[in-house]
Design a protein around this ligand. Sequence first.
Ligand code: HEC
Length: 143
Amino acid sequence: MIIKTSAIKILTSIAVALSLSAVSYAQDAGLIWDGVYSIDQASRGETVYSETCVSCHGQDLGGNSNSPGLVGMGFMFLWEGRTLGEFFEKIRSDMPTDRPGQLTQQNYLDVLAYILLKNAFPSRTEELSSNLDILNEITISSK
Ligand code: HEC
């Protein structure tokens, strides 16, 4: 009986520890509508965009006859319910199409922040996390 009680106590404290770590993990990731990138980061991203993406995706991110738009309903249609991790991987592995993977990890993150800004997602003081596990926890959702 004594052994059983202490086993339960140990299990309970493990469960508490696990749920506590789950909570702090969720706070690190944050919700897209609470803000996940900073304005400074998005303006660096704007520079990257105008150097490497604008020729195909357009000044207003509306796309052209060969390249899809990256804002508005078209964006949400493709990306709603998916995560920033997936979005990041898509850009990093396929863009720009003429030389995929050529930018630095930081440049890809910054341009991602710029696309979020142009889709009217809110900013915060901290930059977007570069941790893929955290990006995978942030779901793109409409308000
Ligand atoms: C040479 C033209 C070209 C350049 C430059 C280019 N893209 Fe693209 N992009 C495309 C084409 C074509 C597609 C559609 C095919 C695909 O999804 O792979 C696309 C698709 C995308 C998608 C997926 C669209 C969606 O909504 O699913 C994203 C996001 C994207 N590009 C971002 C970027 C970013 C960011 C840059 C700059 C770092 C960039 N692209 C540079 C041509 C280009």
